[in-house]
Write a protein that binds this ligand. Sequence first.
Ligand code: AMP
Length: 504
Amino acid sequence: MSIPYYDCIAHHALRRPDSLAAVDLATGRRHSYATFDDRISRLAGWLRSHAGIQLNDRVAVLAPNTTDTFEVQFACGRIGAIFVPLNWRLANPELRAILADCMPAMLVYDPEYTDRAQELAVACGIGRLCPFGPAFERITQDEPHLTETVAATLDDISTILYTSGTTGLPKGAIITHGMNFWNTVHSMAMAGVSRSAVFLGLLPLFHTGGLNVFSYPVFQCGGSVLIMRAFDPGEALRLIGDPGVGVTHMFGVPANYQFMGQHPRFLETDVSRLVFAGVGGAPTPDTILETWQHRGAVLQQGYGMTETSPLVLVLDREDAVRKAGSAGKPALNMEMRVVGDDGTDVPAGSVGELWVKGPNITKGYWKQPEVTAASFTDGWLHTGDAALIDDEGYYFIVDRWKDMYISGGENVYPAEVENVLYEHDAIAEAAIIGVSDMRWGQVGRAVVVVKPGLTLTEDEIVAHCAANLARYKLPHSVVFTDALPRNATGKVHKPTLRKQFGDV
Ligand code: AMP
């Protein structure tokens, strides 16, 4: 079934032109639906006619959060191009791998990243560069409007969102217009997103959390999206507490709520007006839930993934305290299974891998049919998360089935860091495990075997990683040993490694 993709910005520009669509908090720019629509139309016209962007061409964006990024996203939708927001926290070698995978026709970038963008464009053969700032303003204000919108359908690709994956190689999760549509339906049903929603966006727009929880659904409904360039706990509290701003919706990883809860302004901020304060992306310590509860805000757990675009489980407001620690019950339209190693369902109360099915789930990874095939069984997506269902039907995410840990809300896949360690000439064997950390939740610990006759220090290892990886992926400690524990097939046995060198 090919239902046409429908442009929500154009829709609201017709019905409610003066309503506030988006606020760029860093610059103070405010766009009504009419001005937003106008800017997007001119940008789309320029992308097609001047920059030569064709159907299904990729347009990558490397920028801290700005409302300009949404304009690129919606302009791409109008001309059938594919929007690829890039994680600016990655190091250039990592971004090169992603750009080599998706081969964008254009890289749009923030002036702060001019050097990086130019280097990447040369290295990856990207023909066109477009900086945000004065040149972008001229395009969105002066260029002729797009004359004809493409006839895209809900099955067409809207976005590619990159996740690292357990192989350490980038995987581009394909997000269709239909997945975005269903995510809106689910956000309306599960989180009360509506045209009166005023959403405060804290999370980066290169991540499904920032893009889809709840920016896109709020635009679909005709509400207002306020976007922070970078998360600032004091400023976020000021906005939440200001009745003139009227923030109703927010979503963050546990660290966002932790840093706001520790801020001096927290105790004088009225947080009780929030209709939906969602938390997810990583397990949330009870202390954070309690801190916010004491101030009159109920944080609601949500669970999801990039590949599920993303809502899968949500804990209802009335259960948030009684069932603290649970990620809730299935969101609308979600089917779930918890299965053992043999692919059959485990009984309630037992831990297995969570498998999910639903209309918001990706069809697969960009240009990676083998990885896609390995991620599904009969249409069920293997989430890689270990879960159990209690006797009341609530889901608990107990661990990662896959080998990953989360540092400050960002996924770190050990295999990726291990690949870099193995590039060092003095390293014979290396493995990364996640260990507890007061500040970041978890951080990496490298367990390293040095080649006979050579020497290597902790600082040298971290420096080697720093040249190739984003900061949040760097190991915070290094342990030297004689040999890594391995299983019968010769694979490093992570449970033993964690017992020997971790904190379990
Ligand atoms: P991403 O694709 O970056 O959104 O990461 C998805 C992963 O984050 C999931 O596979 C889980 O491992 C983890 N995650 C998301 N939400 C939760 C939650 N509420 N509790 C525990 N882990 C979560």
